[in-house]
Design a protein around this ligand. Sequence first.
Ligand code: PXG
Length: 440
Amino acid sequence: MNHQNLAAHWMPFTPNKGFKAQPRMLTGAKGMYWTTDDRRQVLDMTAGLWCCNAGHGHPHIAEAIARQARELDYAPCFGFGHPLSFELSERLAELAPGNLNKVFYTNSGSESVDTALKMALAYHHARGQAGRQLFIGRERGYHGVNFGGIAVGGITNNYKAFGQWLAVDHLSHTQDLGRNAFSKGLPEYGGIEMANELERLIKLHDASRIAAVIIEPITGAGGVLPPPVGYLKRIREICDQHDILLIFDEVICGFGRTGNAFASQTFDVLPDIMTTAKGLTNGAAPMGAVFAGDHIYDAVMASAAAGVEFFHGYTYSAHPLACAAAMATLDVYEQDGLLYRAAQGGEIADYFEQGLHSLKGLPGVIDIRNYSLIAAVEFEPLAGKPGASGSAVQSMAWEQGMMLRSLGDAIAMSPPLIIEKHHVDQTIGILEKSIRQLYN
Ligand code: PXG
């Protein structure tokens, strides 16, 4: 493949010109490692894009997809069904907390988010409160790239050219380097006061106009920000007081990332609706799932006339290949205990945490934060080049055989949950060398 062949693909969220001048091409993957086109083995410290929680190329998942493609490649999902999606839904409902028992399928996290927003509107409409159309998101929140998601999201680049076409307001982000830098697990300070900002927004807009609050339990793409102690519980309390729905976007947190199937279990806060994707199929097939509380489903069903109750769905909702991938993925998670392996304070999370925080004191490092196996290291901006240090460290690590995510002046990690101690050692070694190289 020469550089000429790269011209036709308009790549997503990529500096196209830069990539095409200097491609980084992946040709294979197994377990914790990628293979590149120049036959290097690269340690995957990102689980792809936070999705390959059981590592790459798991034979059980690969075989399930292949078998399903031969047996039933596609089934229309509007007005028809196939047994696997019902089996999967029962299994997912069992795994989910509280009354999150109704599962609606999408093909991505972005679609899950827009679906969840529509469910919230449909719920209020069904109960005669159609005036509740405003959503509260959060600064630095990432909820995918569809029009609903970029409106409730709080990452300026993602909407500045496109607008925010829903009625929205945003809570402040929860990063407080002054008080909470170098936090291990949940940051200690400010949780309640930060959550109380929601009361101000409710006064400003009036509860009768607000449909839902949507937040990531741990902010991911916006910089890896675990919630300060008490924050999520207080948000839930305020929502309850005002009949406002709470949506947790668990596209990153779901399926083991926080040491339980879902972050709502880890943090003991039950949302009304929960969005997932990514780890649902271990990244091996595109699929998202929105979990709705029974009260949401029941209200929408009860108010509808005969016929379709919820005018929403995708051609590929509950696609048989994706369902097969998800079933096999759940088998692997169960057999290998992966949903619980990353628990904060557990052996592997502890080892990772200690290794990572040993980088404190290196030149240029202004923060290190982690919750179990989800972590970020933040750097002083380079002189005259704000936002460039993360991708500089990412490039150096790539040259040394490790994949990281760059997020402005930070790098993020979310390794497959199968990570072993020697991978952690390799990571810390490459990180230290890269940081010293950049800030020498
Ligand atoms: N919600 C959350 C919380 C996400 O993290 C989405 C929705 C959208 O999912 P899809 O499948 O439509 O991409 C995401 C996706 C990064 C990064 O740099 C994170 C995501 C995607 C791409 C890059 O950390 N998260």
